[in-house]
Design a binder for this molecule. Structure first.
Ligand code: COI
Length: 354
C-alpha cells in the first residue's frame, strides 16, 4: 500500500475478455477504471479508483466557463516479465504543477500524482496492450469545480486519471504547413502550460490546414511570424549541417518531456545541439541548399514523427527520404525500446513496478 489511502472499487463485470489489442486507434478506447481525488477545504481528499463512467457537473462549473483545466500525456508499457514501465513520470508530475501554477490552480503533491497513476495501472494492468506500436496512453488532468459565474480562481478542483489502450498517433510521416496568419501563444501568455485553451486555440487553424491536405501546423512566433515555434501535438526538431536544432524554451513553448529526453540522449551520443531561435527563412534556405537532412516532431503521443513535406507561403518543399534519416530513426528506436524495457535504461529514465 502506498502513502495515500486510495480506495478501490472495481467493476462488477469486467469486459477484459472482449479486449482486442490489435488495430487500436489513438485515444478512442478507455480502460475500465479511473482515478479521482477532490480538492476541497484546502486539501486533497477522497482519493479513489472507481469504474470508468460519467459524472455530474454543475452548469455553472467554472472550468467550463473560464477554462481552468490542465492535463498531461504519458505512456505505460509492459516488459516481457510482465512488469509495468513508466517513462520519467517525475517530469510530468513537475510540469503538471507548473501548469497548475500558471493557471492559478491548486498544487498536487507529486507523489500523489505518481501513486494515482501507478495504482490505476495496477488495477487495469490487463488493459496495457502489447501489440507492436501500441501503448497505454495515460491522461492525468485537473479542472476547477467551483460553481460560480464570477471570474476568479476556483477554490475547489478535481484531479483524475483515465487510461486509453492506444495505437500510434500518426501512422505515417506527416505533411506540415508553416502558419503565418494564426498564433498559438503570445509572449507572456499560457503557451508553456499544458492547458486546455492552448489546444482549443489551435483547432481552427489546424482544421483549415487539414482542408488543404496537411496533417499539422508548425506555429511561428505571434509577434513577427518569422521564427519557428512548435507543432500542434509536438515540439519540432531539425538536423541542419549535422547539428540537432530546436527552438529554445520560452513562455510560448511547451516544455516537452520527449523534447528534453531527445536532447539529453543526443548529447549523450556526442551530437552537437543548438537551441537558438530558428528563422523560417533560414529553415527554407537550409531545405533548398540541402543542408537540412531531417525534420521531425517529438512528443509523448507521437514519440518521433518524421516530417516528409513542409509548406511555406503556398510552396511545398519535399524533405529527404525517411530511410536516409539516421538521427531521428536512431532516437525513435532508442526511445521506443527503452520505454518497453527492451534495451538497457542507460539514462535511468524508467520507473518499473509490479
Ligand atoms: C501528448 O503528446 O501526450 C499530448 O498531450 C499531445 C496531444 C495528444 C494533445
Amino acid at each position: 500500500m502506498g502513502k495515500y489511502d486510495i480506495r478501490i472499487e472495481r467493476v462488477k463485470n469486467s469486459k477484459i475478455d472482449e479486449f482486442d489489442s490489435s488495430n487500436l486507434k489513438f485515444g478512442k478506447m478507455l480502460s475500465e477504471h479511473m482515478f479521482v481525488a477532490d480538492y476541497t477545504d484546502g486539501k486533497w481528499q477522497d482519493a479513489r479508483i472507481i469504474p470508468y463512467g460519467n459524472f455530474e457537473i454543475s452548469p455553472a462549473n467554472s472550468a467550463i466557463h473560464y477554462g481552468q483545466s490542465i492535463f498531461e500525456g504519458m505512456k505505460a508499457f509492459k516488459n516481457d516479465r510482465g512488469e509495468i514501465l513508466l517513462f520519467r513520470p517525475d517530469m510530468n508530475a513537475a510540469r503538471f504543477n507548473r501548469s497548475a501554477e500558471r493557471m492559478c490552480m491548486a498544487q498536487l503533491p507529486e507523489d500523489l500524482f505518481i501513486e494515482a497513476i501507478q495504482e490505476l495501472l495496477r488495477v487495469d494492468k490487463n488493459w496495457i496492450p502489447d501489440a507492436p506500436g501500441s501503448s497505454m496512453y495515460i491522461r492525468p488532468f485537473m479542472f476547477a469545480t467551483d460553481s460560480a459565474l464570477g471570474v476568479k480562481p476556483s477554490e475547489t478542483y478535481r484531479f483524475m486519471v483515465i487510461n486509453s489502450p492506444s495505437g500510434p498517433y500518426y501512422a505515417e510521416p506527416v505533411r506540415v504547413k508553416i502558419e503565418t496568419d494564426y498564433t498559438r501563444a503570445a509572449s507572456g501568455g499560457t503557451g508553456a502550460a499544458k492547458t486546455a485553451g492552448n489546444y482549443a486555440a489551435s483547432l481552427f487553424p489546424a482544421q483549415k490546414a487539414k482542408q488543404d491536405g496537411f496533417d499539422q501546423i508548425i506555429w511561428t512566433d505571434g509577434a513577427t511570424h518569422t521564427f519557428i515555434e512548435e507543432a500542434g501535438t509536438m515540439n519540432i526538431m531539425f538536423v541542419i549541417d549535422g547539428v540537432l536544432r530546436t527552438c529554445p524554451l520560452t513562455s510560448t513553448i511547451l516544455p516537452g518531456v520527449t523534447r528534453d529526453s531527445v536532447l539529453k540522449y543526443a548529447a549523450h551520443k556526442g551530437m552537437e545541439i543548438n537551441e537558438a531561435p530558428i528563422k523560417v527563412d533560414e529553415l527554407i534556405a537550409a531545405i533548398e541548399n540541402k543542408s537540412l537532412t531531417e525534420a521531425f516532431g517529438v512528443g509523448t503521443a507521437v514519440t518521433v514523427s518524421h516530417i516528409k513535406e513542409i509548406s511555406y507561403k503556398g510552396k511545398n518543399h519535399n524533405l529527404p527520404p525517411i530511410e536516409s534519416r539516421p538521427v531521428a530513426n536512431d532516437i525513435h528506436n532508442f526511445l521506443e525500446k527503452v520505454k518497453r524495457g527492451q534495451i538497457e535504461d542507460e539514462l535511468g529514465w524508467i520507473t518499473k513496478f509490479q
